[in-house]
Each structure stands twice: as C-alpha cells, then as structure tokens.
Design a protein around this ligand. Structure first.
Ligand code: BES
Ligand code: ZN
Length: 657
C-alpha cells in the first residue's frame, strides 16, 4: 500500500479508476456537460458527490472547537443508503483529511481514499473519493479544518471571555468545514456532539441549549432532513431571552437587551405566516444576533436564524430581515431549490412571503414601500447585468455551471422572483394563490424542486384548473421584466417624492420657515385682522426609515457639499441605522464629498455585511486617487470580515487596479 500523505490508495483502487478512465491529475473538463472533471456523472453542477448511487441519510458529527489553533477537529460519521456503490464521493474544500474508516463506531476498518484535483478557479474544491464495498453502510471521515476553510470565521481567539466563531454554509461552503455531499437536493438528518472551552455556549441549526455549561460539551439534534448548506455552528459568549416556549433570541450579553426589544414582534410574525401558509414545521424558532462581521443581513439556518447586529436599529425599523429569514422556514428550508440554478425558488418565494408577513403586521402601505425599494434595486441591477458578460443572469432560471453559485445572488432571484408571484397573485386572486402555495409547501415538504418541476406543478394545480393564461416562459427564461409585471404605488411615497424633488431643485426643505397667518381679534367691538408670524419646520420623525431610503436614492449625484451638509444637519444620517448610513455614504461618494471619508471608515470597521461593504469600496475604488485610502482601510478592517466579504473586496482591488 502506498501512502501519499493524506492520499492513500492501493492497486485495486487505481485499477478501478483507470477502468473508469479517471485520473485525479486530469484538468476539469468543461465539456461534455454531463460529466465532471473526474469523468463522473454530474448530478449537481456544483458538487462532485455521487449521491444517486450512495447517499448520506444521517450525519453524526463529533466536533472539538479549538480557539487557540483556530481549528475544529472533527469526525463526520455518514450513515448511507448504498445502492451497490464501490466508491463514495464527498465534497471537500479546505479540510485536512486524516483517515477514513467504514463500519459502525468502534468497529471501524480503515479504508483507502484519494483526493482529486482542485478545480481551475477553486470554486468547487476537491472530490474526496472513498473506496468502499457495495455493502458499506457507515463511512467515517476523520479530519481537521485549516485556514483554507472559508465557511468559518474566528474572532478574538486569544480572548478568554469573548472568543467567537461561526460558520456560513450557503451556497457551497459547508464542504469547507465538513466532508459532505454538498448539494442542495441531497437531504439528511444530523446530530452533533460539540466540545468548546468551558463557559462558552455552542449553538447549531438544530435543537439548542439555552444556557452555557461548565463542561463545554453540547449535544445537538436535527431530526428533519435538511440540505447540507443549512448546517451551521457558532460558539461564543452568548445568552438567551425567550419570547415564548417556541421562540426567543440569542445574543452577546452586551446587545441582548436591545435585541430583545427590537425583535419582540417575532411571535406575531410566526402566527401570521402560519395562518396563511400552514404550520411551522421545525418546532422551535430562535434568532441569534451574530458577530458584526457576519457577511449577510440574515441566514435562515433551520431553528436558528443568524442575523447581523446591523439590523438592531433601536426602533424596529429593519425587522423585515427577520420576516424574511422566518419565511425561509417554508420556502428554502422545507422546499429547497434543486440546484443553485433554481435559487429564485428559494429567494423569490421568500421575499414574497416576507412581504405578506410585513403586510399582516404593519399594513399594506409599509409592505409596498419595501417592494418599491427593491424594485429600484432590480431596475439598476438589471441594467448592469444586461450589459455584463452574462446577460443571461437576468433570467430567473440560471445556468451557473463552471461559475460560483454566489453569482446568482442578485435582485433577479429576489425581486424579479417576488414580482413573478405578486403578478400571479394579482391574476388569480389572493385566495387561490394562498391555497396553491400552502399545498405546494405540503406537497414538496422536505424535498427539493427544479424550476421545470415547479412550472409543471403550477400549470397542473393553478393555471390549467382556473383557465389562467400566464406568460410563464417569458417570466422565467427571458431577460426583461415582462410588461404585465404588477406594481402598486405605496401611499407613503408621495411626500418623500415631493421632498426629494424640492431638494434636487436646491430648496432647503428642512430649514425652519417663517410663515404668517391672519388672525381675527375683537377690539372695542370691532374685528381686527392681525398678521401672526410663526416658524414651521419639518419634523424628520414623521417619516420612517424606508421613506428616507427612497428619499435619499432619488437625490441627484450633483448635490453640493453645502446642500449635503444642510440635509445632514437636520437628519443626522451618518449616525442613523445601518441602512440609512449606507445610503447616505453612497450618496456622498456619488456627489464627490470626500470629507465624509472618516465616517465611512468607521462604518466599514463596524460591519462586515457584504451588501454594505462591497458597494462602498466599489465607489471609492472607481476614483484611482482613493486607492491608497482603500488599501489602508481594507488592511485595517479585513480581519473583521468573513471570507465571503473579504473575497468580494479582493476581487474589487483586482478589477480596479
Ligand atoms: N439565504 C440568504 C443569504 C445567502 C444567499 C447566503 C446566498 C449565501 C448565498 C438570506 O436569506 C438572505 O437573503 N439574506 C439577505 C436579507 C434579506 C432580507 C433579503 C441579506 O443578507 O441581504
Ligand atoms: Zn433569503
């Protein structure tokens, strides 16, 4: 037997590979499109796994989190359904594989494995090919994570009280911390024993403890089958506040009081969505306020949504993110996109459901305001996509083969997808739409669905029985926004549109104005008219965050510094919530007001949300004079960014210089 470092293979195994015409040294072939780089049939364009032949049904994880070494030492025990396969292929991207065994725990036998070549752009990672027999039922992979494991973020690892770590699995990062068949159409249950330094709390997308314990040992169980990208782990100084037996909030002790006020609408949100789309399937629902470096607004890890602290605004103005992640418990987690090409089935549906929750809790005008904001993003992004090298990304159904599935995370999936459903609802009526969606979640629960199968189901269950003619193909496969796209203006728009227009025309809409009115007074039995002067000033508090976002987006990029200062004096946007700060900084950069730079720098060091960080760096880097500033700031902030955000900014530096 030869031992090639972590690559172990015997002659019998080499013979199998040669017979298959496989060499782990061959480059990834880009054609034909039904095999991957190692000559194996593609089931999912972003996975090497042969899960049609052999499939994980249950995963048992043993994880030892070591902050000192920034390493997780792990064993991934796969219980598989084996359809007579002689090899099992897993995805890996970063972990070091120490050994692989087959057989139940403690009756294990070491087996051979090889690790294939990394794909050209290091997107997919590598196939881990394990030699098994057609009878194999248990495959145990002993591994440890490395600095290359992009899912994991380590923070404050030297601190005793406040170290923190978390993982982000979507879209294809789960393979970077667990050797796994990492495709969204592959579902399994899991359990985990996790060891962490005593005093810290560990949490997963599973049944969770409420308090930390002295041993630092925790046990987790997810007894419903989920796709691999929804496995998540976090550990830190975290405390819990319950809203009810069913739901509550986890956060760092410093922010828990603020957070528990902020998200107090959670029980109502759950009740409102259950009423329309059927019961919540996962038992408990908790929200964890993640570390500020968290790269997304929210991530729908089942039973335990992760959210960015940037949505803790102080006035509940950004809670739609919670509505969104909660909605994923139906669209995405219960019914999952079959491949990342069908991502709109996750996100478009979720935005639609999010708006239904927001409407139920805060009224139609407010939910329409959210749609309006998203529509303005869609219009902008459509223009960019259609003039890019991938105009086909403007279709709902994508083709992301040989590309990073993250490229599909655009407003097309989210907003065009949601408007598709809104338009459909308008056409068939809300009652029928709700019944259809409720049945859809039931019919496909705990499975995944492709765009093609969704279209089939939609035709069969909604369109044909109701004689509805709908331009499905145009919506799903063509690039433009169809002309029947149904939009409704929000009644909350008018005043801010007026304000924005006036500001653009140079009027200081916020300044106090001297006004007079005529007052009639009785004097010696005669009535006298008198002019009374008074000051009128707009109270910025009468408008909400979403109205201000729309206001700011409508301002011309030609406003002078003086005009900007005037707006800031009354509204203090640079100290407002994260969304408003972001809009304000973007506007200032567009208007070339570089005196704002120190405030932007502070903002960039306080949040790692890619949605904020990437566009700000983009605008800065468009001006080549700012390269030095950008480099210095990125150097100072990058350790506070998760790899998802770090990589996005690295790519910008490459693009612009
Ligand atoms: N599931 C997504 C986040 C995601 C998508 C992570 C693709 C990795 C790959 C999550 O539900 C989401 O959409 N988050 C949004 C917030 C939402 C309110 C639109 C975000 O983070 O911006
Ligand atoms: Zn989402």
């Amino acid at each position: 037997m030869k031992n090639l470092g972590s690559y172990r293979l015997n002659n019998h195994w080499v013979a199998i590979l040669l017979l298959l015409g496989v060499s782990c040294k061959t480059e990834r072939r880009s054609t034909p499109n039904f095999t991957n780089g190692i000559g194996l049939t593609i089931i999912d364009p972003h996975s090497y796994a042969n899960f049609k032949e052999i499939q994980t049904k249950h995963l048992s994880l043993e994880l030892d989190i070591n902050f000192k070494n920034k390493t997780i030492y792990g064993v991934a025990r796969h219980t598989v359904i084996n359809r007579k396969a002689r090899k099992a292929i897993f995805d890996i991207h970063g972990p070091l594989i120490r050994k692989v065994t087959t057989g139940p725990k403690n009756q294990e036998k070491e087996v051979d494995f090889i690790i294939g070549k990394m794909d050209k752009d290091s997107i997919l990672g590598q196939p881990l090919i394990v030699s098994i027999s057609p009878e194999t039922k248990y495959i145990n992979i002993y591994y440890q994570t490395t600095q290359q494991c992009a899912a994991i973020e380590w923070i404050n690892t030297k601190s005793k009280e406040n170290p923190w770590m978390y993982t982000q699995g979507q879209a294809i990062l789960a393979r970077s911390w667990i050797p796994i068949q990492d495709a969204p159409s592959n579902r399994f249950t899991y359990d985990a024993t996790v060891k962490v330094q005593p005093g810290l709390l560990a949490l997963m997308s599973a049944s969770n403890p409420k308090t930390s314990n002295k041993s630092g040992k925790y046990y987790f169980k997810m007894d419903k089958p989920i796709p691999s990208y929804l496995i998540a782990l976090t550990a830190g100084n975290i405390v819990y506040h319950p809203y009810s037996d069913q739901c509550g909030i986890y956060a760092h002790p410093e922010i828990i009081d603020k957070a528990k006020e902020e998200f107090s609408a959670l029980p109502k949100m759950i009740a409102s969505i259950e009423q329309i789309f059927g019961p919540y399937a996962w038992g408990n629902y908790d929200v964890l306020v993640q570390h500020p470096s968290f790269p997304f607004g929210g991530m729908e890890n089942p039973k335990l949504t992760f959210v960015s602290p940037s949505i803790v605004a102080g006035d509940k103005s950004l809670v739609s993110v919670i509505a969104h992640e909660l909605a994923h418990s139906w669209s995405g987690n219960l019914v999952t996109n079959e491949t990342w090409n069908d991502f709109w089935l996750n996100e478009g549906f979720t935005v639609y459901l999010e708006h239904r929750i927001m409407e139920a809790l805060y009224g139609k005008a407010q939910s329409l305001l959210l749609s309006e904001i998203e529509m303005s993003e869609l219009v902008e992004e459509m223009k960019t996509i259609k003039s890019s090298k991938h105009p086909e990304d403007a279709a709902l159904c994508l083709n992301l083969k040989n590309r990073n599935p993250d490229d599909g995370m655009t407003s097309i999936a989210y907003v065009k997808g949601a408007y598709f459903l809104k338009t459909l609802e308008h056409k068939v009526g809300q009652k029928k739409m709700d019944a259809f969606l409720k049945d859809y979640f039931k019919a496909f629960q705990y499975t995944s669905i492709s765009t093609k199968n969704f279209v089939k189901y939609l035709n069969e269950k909604l369109l044909l029985p109701n004689y509805v003619d709908f331009n499905l193909n145009e919506w799903i496969y063509q690039y433009d926004l169809p002309s029947n796209c149904f939009t409704e203006p929000s009644s909350l728009l008018q005043q801010v549109n007026y304000l924005a227009n006036a500001t653009n025309r140079g009027i200081d809409v916020f300044a106090p104005k001297q006004k007079f009115k005529w007052v009639e007074k009785k004097k010696r039995r005669r009535i006298i008219r008198k002019k009374v002067w008074y000051t009128e000033q707009l109270n910025p508090k009468i408008y909400n965050t979403q109205q201000w976002i729309i206001y700011l987006r409508q301002l011309n990029p030609t406003l002078t510094k003086r005009a900007l200062d005037r707006i800031e004096r009354y509204n203090h946007f640079s100290e407002a919530n994260s969304e408003l700060q972001f809009e304000w900084f973007m506007l200032n950069l567009k208007c070339n007001n570089w005196s704002i730079a120190p405030k932007i720098e502070k903002f960039l060091s306080a949040t790692g949300r890619r949605k904020f960080v990437e566009p700000l760096f983009t605008l800065v880097l468009r001006d080549s004079n700012r390269l030095g500033w950008a480099k210095r700031v990125f150097d100072a902030t990058k350790n506070n960014y998760h790899s998802v955000t770090q990589q996005a900014i690295h790519a910008l530096f490459q693009k612009y210089h």
